[in-house]
Design a protein around this ligand. Structure first.
Ligand SMILES: [Zn+2]
Length: 208
């Protein structure tokens, strides 16, 4: 039947809603296709209908060592993958997995947005969101492929990620490192303040 070129999207149903949610969270087309089980052309059309422009093209972020690049990276990856690990059944696949992934990322965004003491790097990211949804998807692939694993810190008992092949090097807990960093920053501020206080009083005393 000739429908005048009109493309009926009603049969997408759940896939359409999921794709829209993923795009709204910043997901790139290949990830939307993978999670929704739809073709690139359909994903591009959904993006176009919602945003009236073509989606971003280019390479997806892929860095298998990303969690080791900084303490903040590891903290954020551990929060997000902790949600995936705890709330998404391992046998989930297809749309069911895509919806859970989307919900876990939205929850991660809400958690980090309420960080009372954001670091310099977190403050520079929108709503303290260091982990982009596209990298979040990459991390789930690494967890599923067992190139990442969770370990529990013996000092603070927090769960965090490490690369699976790391066995010889010591594993540093990002929570303990962050606490140490905060203490160092506080003592540096106090030191600077007390040094400046001496200077200030010296200047004041020099006037009399
Ligand atoms: Zn620790």
């Amino acid at each position: 039947m000739n429908n005048g070129g009109f493309v009926d999207l009603s049969h997408f149903g759940v896939e359409l809603m999921l794709a829209k949610n993923l795009f709204n969270l910043g997901a790139r087309t290949p990830i939307v296709c993978a999670l929704c089980g739809i073709k690139r052309k359909a994903a591009n059309r959904i993006y176009w209908l919602a945003h009236r422009q073509a989606p971003i093209k280019g390479m997806l972020p892929w860095d298998p060592q990303w969690i080791e690049r900084s303490t903040v990276n590891n903290l954020h990856a551990s929060i997000f993958l902790g949600l995936i690990h705890d709330y998404v059944p391992e046998h989930y696949d297809g749309i069911a997995y895509g919806q859970q992934f989307c919900d876990a990322y939205a929850l991660y965004c809400r958690i980090v947005a309420h960080n009372p003491k954001p670091s310099h790097r977190e403050s520079a990211s929108e709503h303290h969101r260091v982990l982009d949804i596209n990298r979040a998807w990459q991390l789930t692939q690494q967890l599923r492929a067992s190139t990442l694993r969770f370990v529990t810190c013996l000092t603070c008992h927090a769960r965090h990620l490490c690369l699976h092949q790391v066995t010889q090097r010591p594993i540093h807990c990002p929570v303990c490192q962050t606490q140490t960093g905060i203490r160092r920053r506080q003592s540096r501020v106090l030191r600077t303040f007390s040094q400046n206080a001496h200077k200030t009083s010296a200047i004041c005393l020099g006037r009399y």
